[in-house]
Design a protein around this ligand. Structure first.
Ligand SMILES: *[C@@H]1O[C@H](CO)[C@@H](O)[C@H](O)[C@H]1NC(C)=O
Length: 111
């Protein structure tokens, strides 16, 4: 009898920890921008971007830019210069799909 009680307790603990971790991870994504810099940057340094929205666990709306050197930059979500950068990156990825050997495609992720 004692053994059955122990395993039930153990099961509860595992369940509790699993639930707790899932909720914690869902609420605090590791890669949220907490603030951004509204400073234009050379679009040729950017190889990827991602939209972050405040509705999905992050505290602010922003655009995350990846540079060729693997750094991430947080910039405003809806600025004309940011849209230019995103347009450039979309074109770049397109080009790199067709010509992966192009000099401009160094470190561009192939998706
Ligand atoms: C970013 O800078 C531009 C130009 O300097 C300005 O017009 C715009 O209002 C700024 N946006 C934010 C979100 O600070």
């Amino acid at each position: 009898m004692a053994q059955w009680g122990d395993s039930k307790l153990f099961f509860c603990c595992v369940l509790f920890i699993a639930c707790y971790c899932t909720v914690t991870l869902a609420q605090i994504p590791m890669d949220c921008c907490l603030s951004f810099k509204n400073k234009t940057i050379d679009k040729r340094r950017i190889v990827d971007f991602r939209q972050q929205s405040s509705g999905k666990g992050c505290s602010i709306d922003a655009t995350v830019l990846w540079t060729r050197h693997g750094r991430t930059l947080c910039v405003p979500a809806d600025e004309p210069w940011v849209r230019e950068v995103m347009k450039y990156v979309v074109h770049l990825k397109d080009l790199c799909k067709k010509k992966p050997k192009d000099r401009r495609c160094v470190r561009v992720k192939h998706v």
